[in-house]
Write a protein that binds this ligand. Sequence first.
Ligand code: DC
Length: 214
Amino acid sequence: MSEAPLLIAIDGPAASGKGTLARRLAEHLGLRHLDTGLTYRAVAAAWKDGGGDGDLKDMAAELARNIDLEHLDAAALSHHSLAEPASQIAAIPEVRRALVEKQREFAAHPPGAVLDGRDIGTVVLPDAPVKLFVTASPETRARRRTLEMRERGGDISEETVLADLKRRDARDTERADSPLRPAEDAYLLDTSDKDIEAAFRAAVDYVSRAIASR
Ligand code: DC
């Protein structure tokens, strides 16, 4: 075993299950966990708190440089209202540069970390020895996300959630800077027909094999 921090990269579209898998893998392996989507959401929240005025591109980059990754309020930042502005902010190259640098610093601390997002295996941690790309059909993802939102008291139709997911998928996969795509050496895990336990077992299987062959 090497002394270097163990890095695990998990990517995939919204509501694919990657966040839950990342959190559980980190617990299982005793690693730190960072949901990098929260870093883009934190910039969107800071932007809104500031009144949302001024040049978005310049201000968002400045706000990104001031985000503290160790103290992200996951519950507040997960709010649906931040999804759309975060997706727009994530297309700004200056914002990505600032956040990617902070994400790499977070991952470099021993004993290592599980990072989940859209560009972890391709851009943030291209040398990570363990990479997973988690997918599920848009319909499955919309169903999961709608249930989640209803459990939290939200009242939204599955059609609206599906349309929303497809619009964000398109923006995430078509943007010029760091589009969502699997790294060449990523293990593809389709969770459409798997509940979280089955998906977790499949992920642990793969991760154990990948670590053993390090
Ligand atoms: O996964 P999420 O909904 O919390 O992500 C919020 C937005 O940030 C989403 O539009 C995708 C984007 N994002 C990104 O571009 N790169 C990442 N590594 C993580 C999220």
